[in-house]
Structures are given as C-alpha cells and as structure tokens.
Design a protein around this ligand. Structure first.
Ligand code: SAH
Length: 344
C-alpha cells in the first residue's frame, strides 16, 4: 500500500487488511472507519478511543487530505447551494445541493474537467485535468453537510466529469458510501449519469449495485447525436440502447434518459417520435431539460418549449417530465462556476 494513500479512500475491507498487516485486531478497522465516515473526524488525533501508538502509525502511513470550499453560493429563491471546492493539488470541482420535497439531493463531480467534449457542456471546454479519488467524491458530501448543516438524502453523479470514465474510483466511492459502518446510504438513493460508455454500462450492470442509471441522450439520431456528443462516434445509439436493455434485464431498474432540449437542434415532432420509438419495450423515463445557456455557445431553449416537447412525448406514449429549474440565480448549471473562477 502506497504511503500517500488517503485513508478516506479505503473500503472497510482494505482497512481490515491493513489492520491485519500491522498485527491489529480486525475490530480496529471498523472503529477507524466509523471515525472517518460516521463521526466525520477531522484528523487522527480526534480518534480518542484508538491507542496512541495506532494513531501515530496511521499518521505515518496515510494522508488525510481535505477538500475545502472556496466559494459557496446560496440561491435566494429555492435554497439551492452551489459549492466550489479546491482539491489538494489546486484543481477545482463543483457540487450542488438541491432541495426537493423528498429531501436534499447532492450533485457531485467525479473528475476535474472532462474528456467527452459534449458541445453544450461547460465542464469539458477547458479539457480534462484528472480523475477524482474516492475520498474527493466523498469529501464533497461531507464538506457540504458540514458547511450547510443540511443532511443529504440522495446523490446524483451528474456534476463535472464522466463517472464511467473514472470507473474504479466511482465504484469504490459507492462501496464506501453504502457501508453500514459508515454513511450507510442505500444505493437506491443514488443515480449515475453517463454520456454512454457502453462497455462500462455492461460492467456496471454486472455489479448490480441497485443504483439508477441515467443516460444523456439528447438526440435519437446518430448523425445529430454525434454532432452534439463526440462519444456517439464510438458507440452508436443502437449499441447504447442494447446496453440499456441489458442493464434493465439484469438489475430490474428503470432507466432514466436526459434530454437537453435545444432550439432547432433536437426539438422537432420527428425527434419526439423517434425518441419515443427508442424506448419501446423498456420501462424508461425521459427527463426534458431546457438547455442551460453557456457563454461559449449559442444553444438555447426555454421552459415553455420544454413543456410543449414533454407533452408531445407523453401524447406519443412516453413517460416524461420537465426537470425543475433550480438555482437559476446562482449559475447552478454544471461547470460554469469553476470556469469563471479558474479564468479569473
Ligand atoms: N458525463 C455525465 C455526467 C455529467 S453531465 C453525463 O454526460 O451524463 C450531467 C448532465 O448535464 C448530462 O445529462 C449533460 O448532458 C447535461 N448538461 C451538460 N451541459 C448542459 C447544459 N448546458 N444544459 C443542459 N444540460 C446540460
């Protein structure tokens, strides 16, 4: 085990292996894990029921990095909070806390920057910096709860980055998040959004973690989708839909499709018809989102158009809703705050 591993990135199983390797009893691992992920200790010295010698050993063996919020914006209209975090190496990521009737939901980032190049997305414009470690994805949850005093009841992996492009760290994050000796969040309360890395969708289905899969679709036609989302040149829509059916077949979980409506690009009657056609024979939900304006692109739409398109989808037999717009007054669309901050 590398001496610079952040202790918060270890699963309980890995902590047990470590405890065993230094001749400690396995119960010590659970004790440490609880300090980290339940009591959210800020450092090793806070772990007062561990023998001093063990605490010293942990200090020598592991780092205990912290991500820190450098900007916190709270929406005056709906209680949405957007946080900009600085990572240990000076990179930045964004996290958004949203208030819903069923509780607070947190949108977390999984990479600093993104390689996927979706045309309408602010997170990918300056390219990719690096993958986030499990501790940095968890840190967004812990530091948001600490800073706001609110309790997060569900998580969406829909912030900066492509979660399936950081597969191992994301899976480890999910394992740590759902461990009973830690935060103990049921993965039924977690959604993972992907632009469609088909091979990884199969890998995820095989793990059957119980989370909801969201697919960023944005067009039912390969030609248009490839224009909007370069990943579509690698995995065409029929392949992607096959992977979605397989995911449903293996996990029994309904798939959610994200559809950012863009005027003149993907908002015609034919688009709606073809989109509904793709969903045939699979329980699916379509989330229509008025595309968020970013200053680098001229894509636009509005709520009225999204509502009309959504009604059209429903009249054609689909299960569709319009995503609520939250945090409009604080630029809550993903990637914009980070870009502004890093540009300045
Ligand atoms: N890489 C993953 C998750 C991050 S993006 C994915 O592609 O799903 C989260 C969601 O926001 C995706 O559905 C993405 O297509 C959408 N998105 C990005 N920029 C947007 C914008 N300007 N307006 C509306 N939705 C946007």
């Amino acid at each position: 085990m590398s001496p610079i591993t952040d202790i918060m990135s270890l699963t309980l199983g890995e902590l047990k292996d470590f405890a065993e390797s230094i001749g400690e009893k396995p119960f010590r691992a659970a004790q440490i894990f609880k300090w980290l992920h339940q009591k959210r200790a800020g450092d090793f010295d806070a772990m007062t029921d561990l023998p001093l010698q063990l605490r010293e050993r942990l200090k020598a063996e592991f780092s205990f990095g912290h991500i820190k919020p450098v900007k916190i914006l709270t929406s005056a209209s709906d209680g949405t909070v957007k946080l900009l975090f600085e990572l240990c190496d000076g990179n930045h990521v964004e996290t958004v806390l949203m208030r819903y009737e069923h509780g607070d939901s947190l949108c977390v980032s999984t990479q600093a920057g993104c390689k996927m190049g979706c045309r309408f997305c602010a997170s990918t414009i300056a390219g990719f910096k690096r993958n986030l470690e499990p501790c940095e994805i968890l840190g967004q949850l812990y530091e948001t709860e600490r800073a706001t005093g609110r309790k997060v009841s569900s998580i969406v992996l829909m912030g900066i980055g492509e979660p399936l492009d950081n597969f191992d760290n994301v899976v480890k994050f999910l394992q740590i998040l759902s461990t009973p000796e830690g935060t103990d969040m049921s993965l039924r309360h977690v959604s993972l959004s992907t632009c469609g890395l088909v091979d990884r969708i199969y890998d995820l289905a095989a793990l059957d973690l119980g989370l909801t899969l969201s697919i960023s679709l944005h067009s039912p036609y390969d030609k248009k989708r490839s224009e909007l989302m370069p990943i579509n040149n690698r995995y065409h829509i029929p392949e992607l839909m096959k992977a979605c059916r397989d995911y449903f077949g293996r996990t029994g979980r309904r798939i959610s499709f994200e559809y950012a409506l863009i005027e003149g690009e993907n908002d015609s009657y034919d688009d709606a018809k073809a989109l509904v056609g793709l969903m045939k024979g699979m329980p699916a939900h379509i989330n229509v989102i008025p595309v968020n304006k970013i200053k680098e692109r001229s894509y636009r739409s509005d709520r009225g158009s999204a509502q009309r398109f959504c009604r059209l989808l429903c009249s054609l037999g689909a299960n569709a809703t319009v995503r609520r717009t939250l945090g409009a007054d604080i630029n809550a669309a993903c990637g914009q705050l980070r870009r502004e901050y890093e540009e300045n």
